[in-house]
Write a protein that binds this ligand. Structure first.
Ligand code: C2G
Length: 129
């Protein structure tokens, strides 16, 4: 069985997130998603509108996703890859190159993002000024 893993915040879930997860599910037989916790995001200086439990439940409910784990730190990826016998790590190309250190352990794939939609743009459209 070919397991694929990815990580993300998935705040204000939108079509860009869905497009990515749908494509990732096509890369293997099982898709695991690490959803970043509120504490981990705070550490990244990233404010999320939707709490972790809700972001995780939405991702868990998708037909494309088989398993959701919390992403609590930058250093858990290698452990996760070994624990779940991951074949492919994949993420949006905004992270291109950032996870090449995983290449000795699994396939590393950077996929194109969906243009025209992002959580930041959605927030801005709510408060245009
Ligand atoms: N994404 C996309 N198209 C968009 C917006 C996001 O393809 N318009 C992808 C991103 O490239 C990422 C995933 O959706 O692969 C989740 O995006 P974010 O929630 O913004 O995740 P991020 O904050 O980049 O967290 O350790 C890795 C981090 O947890 C990734």
């Amino acid at each position: 069985a070919k397991t694929v893993i990815t990580y993300g915040t998935f705040d204000m879930f939108h079509i860009g997130h869905l497009n990515l997860l749908r494509r990732l599910s096509g890369l293997g037989d099982r898709l695991i998603v690490g959803v970043s916790t509120d504490e981990f995001n705070a550490g990244k200086g990233k404010r999320t509108l939707i709490p972790f439990e809700h972001r995780a439940e939405i991702v868990r409910s998708l037909r494309y996703v088989d398993h959701v784990i919390p992403e609590t730190n930058w250093d858990q990826k290698l452990d996760d890859i070994q624990r779940y016998a991951v074949h492919t790590f994949a993420i949006g190309e905004d992270w291109k190159g950032a996870f090449d250190f995983l290449k000795p352990h699994c396939e590393v794939v950077y996929l194109s993002r969906t243009d025209g939609v992002s959580t930041t743009q959605l927030k801005r459209s709510l408060n245009p000024f």
